[in-house]
Design a protein around this ligand. Structure first.
Ligand code: GLN
Length: 380
């Protein structure tokens, strides 16, 4: 394997989902819903296939989807963007992240990210040859250590990579935190790459896109996807929204990574993004119930559970159960209890920092959540 990927292992999500199947364990690990997205979206994909929308799409997205994304962004943030020049459709947000890194970062550029972080960030930064600086968000509230962040931003910093609502902790960046990031970026001429795939799963406060802060749109790549909002994680429809000079970089990388993404799924995404407001309300309401079921259950089992304001994840401290670290705990949980969680140490530059924490996903039906809690109550 090439040096730039030498230190990375099989992704934890792949590892854990394989173990889940092998041990017949209930999978609260990898973040995919065990229910499907809405029928009207599935129907739209079937119709698109039947209608012969099956050849390569325009590289940066079918025009209708670029427009639907711009319209949704306007509704969500108030920002008016040109769908033709500022929106790029990618194969999931993971590709948008890679395209932003590869298209806008030079080898040796410094990029700041917040740990714990979604594992692809570090790997794609490594592919881009970036120098990574981590800022650790710590329990119980995982707030941003603003003084530490200020000290980390220098004239060598090219970009800050952030994610709100935040995987794995469920933390949502507050307005004050976002304003601090914004002023640091403006002062030091730094870009922001903002992964907002859980924006519609914001429970305790309103999601704020950093691009909507004064002076920020021109230096921000906002990335999102269809997967979480429409419970269709396997469709891999994502996008990046950025001013033309940044979109150019993203598109250049995207053109040579995947060129275009699935045509019928793009047509269905157009239908999805036109969903009535009631769809998003109901989604949030359903997820709130699931979250309560899981959080209450985990507390009854004996975990210390940290509050999650958004996403479909919660992080818990497993140390009451006496295991050596998060990986050992998760192995025990799969093999002896029959439940899969994600050890968080893989989400840190220094794995030690995550050794007490495990992540549970609640994007599962009630029966699954209750089944997992029952197993833990009996066997932990
Ligand atoms: N984003 C999903 C999660 O955090 C997993 C994506 C993946 O499997 N690579 O669980």
């Amino acid at each position: 394997v090439a040096k730039r990927l030498e230190k990375f292992k099989t992704t934890i999500f792949t590892q854990m989902s394989i173990l889940a199947v092998k041990h017949g364990a209930i999978n609260l690990g990898q973040g995919f819903p065990n229910f499907d997205g809405p029928d009207f979206v599935k129907e739209a994909a079937i119709q698109a296939i039947k209608d012969g929308k099956n050849q390569y799409a325009r590289g940066y997205g079918i025009p209708q989807l670029n427009s639907a994304i711009a319209a949704r962004f306007r509704e969500d943030t108030g920002l008016v963007v040109d769908p033709e020049k500022e929106v790029t459709v990618t194969s999931g947000c993971t590709e948008a992240i890679a395209a932003a890194m590869l298209g806008l970062i030079n080898p040796g550029d410094e990029v700041i990210l917040f740990a714990p972080f979604y594992d692809s960030y570090e790997a794609t930064l490594s592919m881009a040859g970036a120098k990574v600086k981590g800022i650790t968000l710590r329990p119980p509230d995982f707030s941003i250590p603003l003084e530490e962040l200020k000290a980390a931003v220098t004239n060598k910093t090219r970009a800050i990579l952030m994610n709100t609502p935040h995987n794995p902790t469920g933390k949502m960046f507050t307005r004050e935190e976002l304003e601090t990031i914004a002023s640091l970026c403006i002062e030091n001429d730094v870009l922001v790459f903002s992964d907002e795939v859980y924006d519609k799963l914001a429970f305790e406060m309103d999601h704020i896109s950093i691009a909507s802060l004064p002076g920020m749109y021109e230096r921000t790549v906002t990335m999102n996807s269809l997967g979480k909002t429409f419970s269709l994680t396997g469709w891999k429809i994502g996008w990046a929204i950025a001013p033309p000079h940044l979109t150019w970089g993203v598109r250049q990388a995207h053109s040579y990574l995947t060129f275009a993404t699935s045509t019928p799924a793009q047509w269905a995404a157009v239908a999805a993004l036109k969903a009535p407001e009631s769809y998003f309300k109901e989604l949030k309401r359903d997820y709130n119930v699931k979250k309560e079921t899981l959080v209450k259950g985990l507390k009854e089992v004996g975990f210390t559970v940290f509050p999650s304001s958004g996403t479909y994840f919660v992080v818990a401290d497993h140390t009451p159960f006496g295991m050596e670290n998060d990986v050992a705990f998760c192995e025990y949980l799969i093999e002896e209890v029959g439940v899969v969680a994600i050890p968080t140490s893989v989400f840190y530059l220094n794995p030690e920092e995550g050794k007490n924490l495990v992540r549970f996903a609640f994007c599962k039906d009630e029966e699954t959540l209750r089944g997992a809690i029952e197993r833990m109550k009996q066997k932990l």
